[in-house]
Design a protein around this ligand. Sequence first.
Ligand SMILES: C[S@@+](CC[C@H](N)C(=O)[O-])C[C@H]1O[C@@H](n2cnc3c(N)ncnc32)[C@H](O)[C@@H]1O
Length: 270
Amino acid sequence: MQDALLYATSNEMQKRDAGAALAAIIPGLKWNPGEKILDIGSGSGDVTVNLLARRIPVEFEIVGVDCSEQMVEFANQSFASHDISFQHLDIEKEENPCHLFPYKFSKAFSFYCLHWVKDLGNCLQNIHDLLIPGGDVVLVFLASNPIFSMYKILAEDSTWGQYMKDYEKYIPVYQNSSDPKQEFSNLLKLAGFETVLLEVNEHSFTYENKNQLIRAVKAINPFINRIPEAEQAIFLMDCLTTLLSLDVPTKNGKIEARYNLMVAHIKKKK
Ligand SMILES: C[S@@+](CC[C@H](N)C(=O)[O-])C[C@H]1O[C@@H](n2cnc3c(N)ncnc32)[C@H](O)[C@@H]1O
């Protein structure tokens, strides 16, 4: 993901789901003045500032981290303040994340990021290392979504396949899992977390029209920038046609996207 402005103006579904998880979980957390909070995969920074920061009931410091330099730069330019900053971190690949921060975090949040991560074990270990004992973590990410089946179909297409050779890198670990909850639960235990809440539920989001869906698909599409500009509109139309062929209901021009969302509240043991 590189176009932070496009993402920040087409992430209605992501914002709705992050807001719902925060509304359900934040009131049950214990808060102390001076909370040090990590937002993993903070992207354009709008969710960090407009959803997360607004719900913290005490004085805080938030660090948003992202593996994309473009996202970090956009977030710092658009949303940084005396108590919120953004910096580069690849939560999957980093070997020793603690050396990047002068302190450990009391809480960590991550919205719509972990489905980009292949090595969830190392990612969870890193989150664990960055927390104080008893620290809370709230994770919201896609277990599966027809968009990723659409990637597979287009990667086998004679026109688009050349730009999508590494498409498997972008298919979430649990896309084809019959029991994502159990598999993730096993990883949480291995990393040393206690589970307070872990659920995988089907959600749906209605796009008002095809253009709104195309913008949303474009904003998260890892292949679009590899495609010559003159062909990008055709590629996006093929994305839409393929998606609609995958049992995605439409009614009066509106399109209903259905997907499975993992929501977890976990704690580092004291
Ligand atoms: C869909 S955006 C979500 C942004 C924001 N959290 C929100 O809810 O709108 C996912 C973000 O996760 C970032 N990301 C993906 N893999 C990552 C990793 N291994 N480490 C850190 N950030 C990652 C991407 O660069 C992208 O900015």
